[in-house]
Write a protein that binds this ligand. Structure first.
Ligand code: UD1
Ligand code: CA
Length: 462
């Protein structure tokens, strides 16, 4: 008596007005289809078939290896899609088959488990997940008989005025007894306004054959699908609220949770504080005591504990503990800041290791470099790492002090304890402990101001 599932995901999603298949649109950092797959894993579903059609290869590329992929080459309707999907499962007669749409990211594992339990307890051939919709327009209406048992689902376009007044609608999530579903799936006919094979018709076919159909109502928030960008944004906001609530329960502080954007795959330690307009995306991991934001974007990065990161953009970087970043820093892929390091205001760093306690405090571009321990990079330092053809590395030793407004023309190496003078263009290596100066000496021209004044007077005696 196992539980298996079919996810219907072959449709284009016309109302998204997008070339991207609907189920690949993302909410909180994950495609819609992945939210449904994760829910099924958590609800302990044993085998899942995903029915793909529109841009099938794009969808398949985002699916985990252990799902069964079934192609529906022509989208002839949800009934046809379900039949194609069921054919891909290894089913026993006493199994339960869930059928679900790929575009319903808010359904929870608890609701799926409740549906399975309700189905078992009712001893029904099918159990529908329904909602009492504030606005049932467009949905299939759940028609019940005099005893309150489900009789049929009637699609909006095929409903009578009395049926249109019903507010209980089909969510497109069903639990079926495998044997019963197998008998009726082949008997659906496309006699309706859209000329499609409707999965919803199996309900009347089952009740017509004297089988019982039960229903379980859930909250509209969980049972609504995504058909448009408007609904996608609403679903994403609901998922974010869930994610944020969970992290706050785990000890993360949020100054204004409505303005915190965490992807599903992010990991936060207790004691993290997040200020408004902060996005933490991909597989980022943040250590305890670290404060993020305001106005910060972090993607696929590892950040240690007790860091302060504000008004900054960090992508694919590794940051140890006690590091300060920003305001207004851009840390690009391959940046590694060791313990106690600093990347300050208007600083861009790329593919560079900054050693423990070393500081790049102001207005610098450091690319393809390695900086040792305890070094200080003066304001306005630029690594000229690109000669127009190739990238070259800059090596900066321990305790090096770079003066303000330097250009370090790579490849170049500054030994431990080296200094450079302000305003230098350093194009040759500097030995350990030495001072590199590469600028013209200052001259003094006496009486200059007076000569200029006299010259101006000669031109215009007034
Ligand atoms: C369907 C239900 C309706 C329910 C509503 C809930 C039918 C006939 N109607 O309507 O009762 O209230 O969902 O949102 O089932 N799909 C395929 N192959 C196809 C057709 C559809 O895989 O040939 C997939 C779509 O990609 C989608 C799902 O099935 O994920 C639902 O199809 P959709 O066309 O959105 O059905 P609705 O008209 O919304
Ligand atoms: Ca739909």
């Amino acid at each position: 008596m196992g539980v298996k599932a079919v996810i219907l995901a072959a449709g284009k999603g016309t109302r998204m007005k997008s070339e991207i298949p609907k189920v690949l649109h993302e909410a909180a950092g994950r495609p819609l289809i992945s939210w449904m797959l994760e829910t099924l894993v958590k609800a302990a579903v044993e085998q899942t078939a995903v029915v793909v059609g529109y841009r099938a290869d794009d969808v398949i590329a985002r699916l985990p290896e252990d799902v069964v992929v079934v192609r529906q080459d022509e989208q002839l309707g949800t009934g046809h899609a379900a039949a194609v999907g069921v054919a891909g499962l290894e089913l026993d007669d006493d199994d339960i088959v869930l059928v679900l749409p790929g575009d319903m990211p808010l359904i929870t594992p608890e609701t799926v488990s409740d549906l399975i339990d309700t189905h078992r307890a009712a001893g029904a051939a099918a159990t529908l997940l329904t909602v009492h919709a504030p606005d049932p327009h467009g949905y299939g209406r759940v028609v019940r008989d005099h005893d309150g048992m489900v009789d049929a689902i009637v699609e909006h376009g095929d409903a009578t005025p009395e049926q249109l007044a019903i507010d209980e609608v089909n969510t497109s999530v069903y639990a079926f007894s495998a044997a019963s579903l197998g008998v009726v799936l082949d008997r659906i006919e496309p006699h309706n306004v859209q000329g499609e094979y409707y999965l919803t018709d199996v309900i009347a076919l089952l009740t017509g054959a004297g089988e019982r159909v039960a229903a379980m109502a859930t909250q509209p928030a969980e049972g609504t699908g995504v058909n448009s960008h408007d609904q996608l944004a609403e679903a994403a906001a609901a998922l974010r609220r869930r994610i944020n609530r969970r992290w706050m329960t785990e000890g993360v502080a949020m100054i204004d949770p409505d303005r915190v954007y965490l992807d599903a795959g992010v990991e936060l330690a207790p004691g993290v504080t997040i200020h408004p307009d902060t996005h933490v995306t991909g597989s980022s991991v943040i250590g305890s005591g670290t404060a993020l934001g305001p106005s910060t974007f972090i993607e696929d990065s590892n950040i240690g504990s007790d860091c302060r990161i504000w008004y900054s953009v960090l992508r694919s970087v590794e940051i140890a503990s006690g590091v300060t970043v920003g305001p207004y820093a851009s840390l690009r892929p391959g940046t590694r800041l060791a313990e106690g390091a600093k990347a300050g205001t208007f600083v861009e760093i790329k593919a560079t290791e900054v050693g423990p306690g070393s500081k790049v405090p102001h207005l610098s571009y450091i690319g393809d470099a390695s900086i040792g321990e305890g070094a200080n990079i003066g304001a306005g330092t630029i690594t000229a790492n690109y000669d127009g053809y190739e990238k070259h590395r800059t090596i900066i030793g321990d305790r090096v002090k770079i003066g303000c407004d330097n250009v370090l023309v790579a490849p170049v190496e500054l030994g431990d304890d080296a200094w450079t003078a302000a305003g230098s263009v350093i194009s040759r290596d500097v030995s350990p402990g030495a001072l590199g100066v590469a600028r013209s000496h200052q001259k003094e021209i006496e009486g200059y101001a007076e000569r200029r004044r006299n010259r101006a007077k000669e031109k215009d005696p007034q």
